[in-house]
Design a protein around this ligand. Structure first.
Ligand code: PLP
Length: 268
Protein backbone atom coordinates (compact mmCIF):
# COMPACT_ATOMS: atom_id res chain seq x y z
CA UNK A 1 0.00 0.00 0.00
CA UNK A 2 1.30 3.50 -0.83
CA UNK A 3 1.99 5.96 1.97
CA UNK A 4 -0.32 9.00 2.13
CA UNK A 5 0.72 11.92 -0.08
CA UNK A 6 1.65 15.24 1.50
CA UNK A 7 2.60 18.40 -0.39
CA UNK A 8 4.94 21.28 0.40
CA UNK A 9 4.68 24.61 -1.41
CA UNK A 10 7.87 26.41 -0.39
CA UNK A 11 11.35 27.66 -1.25
CA UNK A 12 14.49 25.62 -1.85
CA UNK A 13 17.47 25.96 0.55
CA UNK A 14 20.71 25.01 -1.23
CA UNK A 15 22.17 24.34 2.24
CA UNK A 16 19.67 21.53 2.76
CA UNK A 17 18.60 22.56 6.27
CA UNK A 18 15.36 24.47 5.70
CA UNK A 19 12.67 24.92 3.06
CA UNK A 20 11.76 22.17 0.58
CA UNK A 21 14.74 20.06 1.61
CA UNK A 22 13.76 20.02 5.31
CA UNK A 23 10.15 19.36 4.35
CA UNK A 24 10.89 16.34 2.14
CA UNK A 25 13.25 14.81 4.73
CA UNK A 26 10.58 15.31 7.39
CA UNK A 27 7.81 13.82 5.25
CA UNK A 28 9.91 10.73 4.60
CA UNK A 29 10.82 10.24 8.27
CA UNK A 30 7.14 10.55 9.22
CA UNK A 31 6.18 7.83 6.75
CA UNK A 32 4.42 9.98 4.14
CA UNK A 33 5.10 10.42 0.40
CA UNK A 34 6.31 13.97 -0.25
CA UNK A 35 5.43 16.18 -3.22
CA UNK A 36 6.94 19.64 -3.77
CA UNK A 37 6.00 22.86 -5.52
CA UNK A 38 9.02 25.19 -5.52
CA UNK A 39 8.14 28.87 -5.16
CA UNK A 40 11.70 30.22 -5.03
CA UNK A 41 15.31 29.08 -5.25
CA UNK A 42 17.61 30.45 -2.57
CA UNK A 43 21.40 30.50 -2.75
CA UNK A 44 21.99 29.79 0.91
CA UNK A 45 24.34 28.24 3.45
CA UNK A 46 24.42 28.15 7.25
CA UNK A 47 25.48 31.81 7.46
CA UNK A 48 23.46 33.72 4.84
CA UNK A 49 21.01 33.83 1.98
CA UNK A 50 23.07 35.28 -0.88
CA UNK A 51 20.44 35.18 -3.63
CA UNK A 52 16.76 34.53 -4.36
CA UNK A 53 15.37 33.55 -7.74
CA UNK A 54 11.61 33.07 -8.02
CA UNK A 55 9.83 31.43 -10.97
CA UNK A 56 7.08 33.29 -12.81
CA UNK A 57 3.83 32.81 -10.85
CA UNK A 58 2.44 30.81 -13.79
CA UNK A 59 5.20 28.25 -13.29
CA UNK A 60 4.43 27.89 -9.59
CA UNK A 61 0.82 27.37 -10.69
CA UNK A 62 1.86 24.81 -13.32
CA UNK A 63 3.69 22.72 -10.69
CA UNK A 64 0.65 22.86 -8.44
CA UNK A 65 -1.74 21.90 -11.25
CA UNK A 66 0.53 18.95 -12.12
CA UNK A 67 0.49 17.45 -8.63
CA UNK A 68 -3.13 18.32 -7.79
CA UNK A 69 -4.39 16.60 -10.94
CA UNK A 70 -2.61 13.29 -10.34
CA UNK A 71 -1.91 12.53 -6.66
CA UNK A 72 -4.37 11.76 -3.84
CA UNK A 73 -3.02 14.54 -1.60
CA UNK A 74 -4.12 14.22 2.05
CA UNK A 75 -2.55 17.40 3.48
CA UNK A 76 -0.27 20.29 2.47
CA UNK A 77 1.91 23.01 3.95
CA UNK A 78 3.12 26.32 2.63
CA UNK A 79 6.43 27.93 3.59
CA UNK A 80 8.41 30.63 1.77
CA UNK A 81 6.03 32.14 -0.81
CA UNK A 82 8.16 35.21 -1.59
CA UNK A 83 5.81 37.58 -3.43
CA UNK A 84 2.15 38.53 -3.83
CA UNK A 85 1.65 37.15 -7.38
CA UNK A 86 2.91 33.71 -6.26
CA UNK A 87 0.71 33.81 -3.15
CA UNK A 88 -2.33 34.66 -5.28
CA UNK A 89 -1.63 31.90 -7.84
CA UNK A 90 -1.12 29.30 -5.09
CA UNK A 91 -4.13 30.41 -3.03
CA UNK A 92 -6.45 30.31 -6.02
CA UNK A 93 -5.61 26.62 -6.54
CA UNK A 94 -5.49 25.55 -2.90
CA UNK A 95 -8.85 27.24 -2.15
CA UNK A 96 -10.68 24.41 -3.88
CA UNK A 97 -8.56 21.58 -2.47
CA UNK A 98 -10.30 19.21 -0.10
CA UNK A 99 -7.38 18.59 2.27
CA UNK A 100 -6.08 20.44 5.34
CA UNK A 101 -3.48 23.14 4.82
CA UNK A 102 -0.78 24.22 7.29
CA UNK A 103 0.41 27.77 6.59
CA UNK A 104 3.87 28.55 7.98
CA UNK A 105 3.94 32.36 7.50
CA UNK A 106 7.67 32.53 6.68
CA UNK A 107 8.84 36.16 6.56
CA UNK A 108 12.54 36.39 7.52
CA UNK A 109 15.26 33.71 7.87
CA UNK A 110 17.20 33.28 11.11
CA UNK A 111 20.21 34.66 9.21
CA UNK A 112 18.19 37.87 8.66
CA UNK A 113 17.18 37.60 4.98
CA UNK A 114 13.67 38.58 3.91
CA UNK A 115 11.98 35.54 2.37
CA UNK A 116 8.65 37.38 1.85
CA UNK A 117 8.56 40.78 0.16
CA UNK A 118 7.20 43.38 2.61
CA UNK A 119 4.42 44.30 0.19
CA UNK A 120 3.31 40.64 0.09
CA UNK A 121 2.35 40.45 3.79
CA UNK A 122 -1.17 41.66 3.05
CA UNK A 123 -1.60 38.98 0.34
CA UNK A 124 -0.54 36.35 2.89
CA UNK A 125 -3.11 37.73 5.36
CA UNK A 126 -5.94 38.00 2.84
CA UNK A 127 -5.42 35.04 0.48
CA UNK A 128 -3.43 32.31 2.22
CA UNK A 129 -4.13 32.48 5.96
CA UNK A 130 -7.94 32.27 5.54
CA UNK A 131 -7.50 28.87 3.82
CA UNK A 132 -5.52 27.31 6.64
CA UNK A 133 -6.46 24.53 9.03
CA UNK A 134 -3.48 25.77 11.05
CA UNK A 135 -1.18 28.83 10.92
CA UNK A 136 2.21 28.44 12.66
CA UNK A 137 3.77 31.86 13.35
CA UNK A 138 6.81 32.36 15.54
CA UNK A 139 6.81 35.52 17.65
CA UNK A 140 8.47 37.82 15.04
CA UNK A 141 6.00 36.54 12.41
CA UNK A 142 3.07 37.13 14.77
CA UNK A 143 4.30 40.72 15.19
CA UNK A 144 4.60 41.18 11.42
CA UNK A 145 1.12 39.76 10.79
CA UNK A 146 -0.76 41.45 13.62
CA UNK A 147 1.33 44.35 14.95
CA UNK A 148 1.15 42.71 18.42
CA UNK A 149 4.42 42.13 20.29
CA UNK A 150 3.68 38.93 22.20
CA UNK A 151 5.17 39.08 25.71
CA UNK A 152 2.69 37.19 27.90
CA UNK A 153 -0.34 34.91 27.75
CA UNK A 154 -2.79 37.75 27.19
CA UNK A 155 -0.89 39.28 24.25
CA UNK A 156 -0.43 35.75 22.80
CA UNK A 157 -4.17 35.23 23.00
CA UNK A 158 -4.81 38.60 21.32
CA UNK A 159 -2.36 37.91 18.47
CA UNK A 160 -3.87 34.45 17.92
CA UNK A 161 -7.37 35.94 17.89
CA UNK A 162 -6.33 38.53 15.31
CA UNK A 163 -4.93 35.80 13.03
CA UNK A 164 -8.07 33.66 13.53
CA UNK A 165 -10.09 36.67 12.36
CA UNK A 166 -8.21 36.95 9.02
CA UNK A 167 -10.99 36.35 6.50
CA UNK A 168 -10.78 36.25 2.71
CA UNK A 169 -11.22 34.02 -0.35
CA UNK A 170 -14.81 33.46 0.82
CA UNK A 171 -13.53 31.79 4.02
CA UNK A 172 -14.26 32.51 7.65
CA UNK A 173 -10.57 32.35 8.61
CA UNK A 174 -8.19 29.62 9.81
CA UNK A 175 -9.33 26.86 12.20
CA UNK A 176 -6.40 27.22 14.58
CA UNK A 177 -3.16 29.09 15.29
CA UNK A 178 0.01 27.65 16.82
CA UNK A 179 1.99 30.51 18.36
CA UNK A 180 5.51 29.14 18.67
CA UNK A 181 7.37 30.22 21.78
CA UNK A 182 10.90 29.36 20.65
CA UNK A 183 11.89 33.04 20.33
CA UNK A 184 10.41 33.93 23.73
CA UNK A 185 11.32 33.47 27.37
CA UNK A 186 11.81 29.95 28.71
CA UNK A 187 10.08 28.81 31.84
CA UNK A 188 12.05 26.28 33.94
CA UNK A 189 13.98 25.17 30.85
CA UNK A 190 10.80 24.57 28.85
CA UNK A 191 9.67 26.14 25.57
CA UNK A 192 5.91 26.57 25.36
CA UNK A 193 3.81 26.88 22.21
CA UNK A 194 0.17 27.97 22.43
CA UNK A 195 -2.40 26.26 20.21
CA UNK A 196 -5.59 28.33 19.94
CA UNK A 197 -8.66 27.03 18.10
CA UNK A 198 -11.31 29.25 16.48
CA UNK A 199 -13.72 27.85 19.12
CA UNK A 200 -11.60 29.64 21.75
CA UNK A 201 -10.12 26.42 23.15
CA UNK A 202 -6.45 26.77 24.10
CA UNK A 203 -3.82 24.06 24.54
CA UNK A 204 -0.26 24.63 25.82
CA UNK A 205 2.43 22.42 24.36
CA UNK A 206 5.69 22.46 26.35
CA UNK A 207 8.90 20.63 25.52
CA UNK A 208 12.37 20.95 27.10
CA UNK A 209 14.53 23.69 25.58
CA UNK A 210 17.48 22.29 23.61
CA UNK A 211 20.63 24.40 24.00
CA UNK A 212 22.07 24.43 20.47
CA UNK A 213 22.95 27.04 17.87
CA UNK A 214 21.93 24.56 15.17
CA UNK A 215 18.30 25.57 14.78
CA UNK A 216 18.21 26.38 11.07
CA UNK A 217 15.00 25.08 9.51
CA UNK A 218 13.17 24.31 12.75
CA UNK A 219 10.00 26.13 11.66
CA UNK A 220 9.97 24.32 8.32
CA UNK A 221 10.53 20.96 10.00
CA UNK A 222 7.71 21.51 12.52
CA UNK A 223 5.10 22.59 9.97
CA UNK A 224 6.11 19.74 7.63
CA UNK A 225 5.79 17.19 10.44
CA UNK A 226 2.34 18.56 11.33
CA UNK A 227 1.21 18.29 7.68
CA UNK A 228 2.59 14.73 7.45
CA UNK A 229 0.76 13.72 10.63
CA UNK A 230 -2.48 15.20 9.26
CA UNK A 231 -1.94 13.21 6.05
CA UNK A 232 -1.49 10.09 8.18
CA UNK A 233 -4.89 10.75 9.78
CA UNK A 234 -4.03 12.40 13.10
CA UNK A 235 -6.32 15.10 14.49
CA UNK A 236 -4.82 18.59 14.72
CA UNK A 237 -3.90 18.49 18.40
CA UNK A 238 -2.24 15.07 18.10
CA UNK A 239 -0.46 16.13 14.91
CA UNK A 240 1.01 19.19 16.66
CA UNK A 241 2.10 17.18 19.72
CA UNK A 242 3.77 14.46 17.61
CA UNK A 243 5.44 17.05 15.37
CA UNK A 244 6.80 18.86 18.43
CA UNK A 245 8.24 15.57 19.75
CA UNK A 246 9.88 14.99 16.37
CA UNK A 247 11.38 18.49 16.30
CA UNK A 248 12.77 17.97 19.80
CA UNK A 249 14.62 14.83 18.61
CA UNK A 250 15.91 16.62 15.49
CA UNK A 251 17.26 19.49 17.61
CA UNK A 252 18.92 17.18 20.12
CA UNK A 253 20.78 15.48 17.29
CA UNK A 254 21.32 18.61 15.14
CA UNK A 255 24.45 18.59 13.00
CA UNK A 256 27.17 21.11 13.76
CA UNK A 257 27.75 21.78 10.07
CA UNK A 258 28.95 25.06 8.58
CA UNK A 259 30.13 28.24 10.29
CA UNK A 260 26.62 29.47 11.04
CA UNK A 261 23.35 27.95 12.22
CA UNK A 262 23.49 24.23 11.48
CA UNK A 263 20.69 22.02 10.17
CA UNK A 264 18.47 19.64 12.15
CA UNK A 265 19.16 15.91 11.97
CA UNK A 266 16.09 14.08 10.74
CA UNK A 267 15.77 11.00 12.93
CA UNK A 268 13.07 8.36 12.80
N1 PLP B 1 15.20 29.23 3.55
C1 PLP B 1 14.06 28.77 3.09
C2 PLP B 1 13.94 28.43 1.64
C3 PLP B 1 12.99 28.60 3.95
O1 PLP B 1 11.81 28.18 3.49
C4 PLP B 1 13.13 28.91 5.30
C5 PLP B 1 12.03 28.62 6.19
O2 PLP B 1 11.52 29.26 6.96
C6 PLP B 1 14.31 29.43 5.75
C7 PLP B 1 15.35 29.56 4.86
C8 PLP B 1 14.46 29.90 7.13
O3 PLP B 1 15.04 29.01 7.93
P1 PLP B 1 15.51 29.48 9.35
O4 PLP B 1 14.80 30.75 9.67
O5 PLP B 1 15.09 28.37 10.24
O6 PLP B 1 16.98 29.67 9.27
Amino acid sequence: MSPPCVLTVAGSDSGGGAGIQADLKTFMMQGAYGLSVITALTAQNTTAVTGIHAPPPEFAAAQLDAVLSDFPIRAAKTGMLFCAPIIEAVAERLAGAGFPLVVDPVCVSQSGARLLEPEAVSALRECMIPLAALVTPNLPEALELTGIAVCDRESARQAARRILDMRGMGRKGPDAVLLKGGHGAQNDGMVTDLLVFSSGREVEISRPHVATKNTHGTGCTLSAAIAAQLALGADLETAVAKARDYLHLCLRAAYDLGAGTGPPHHLA
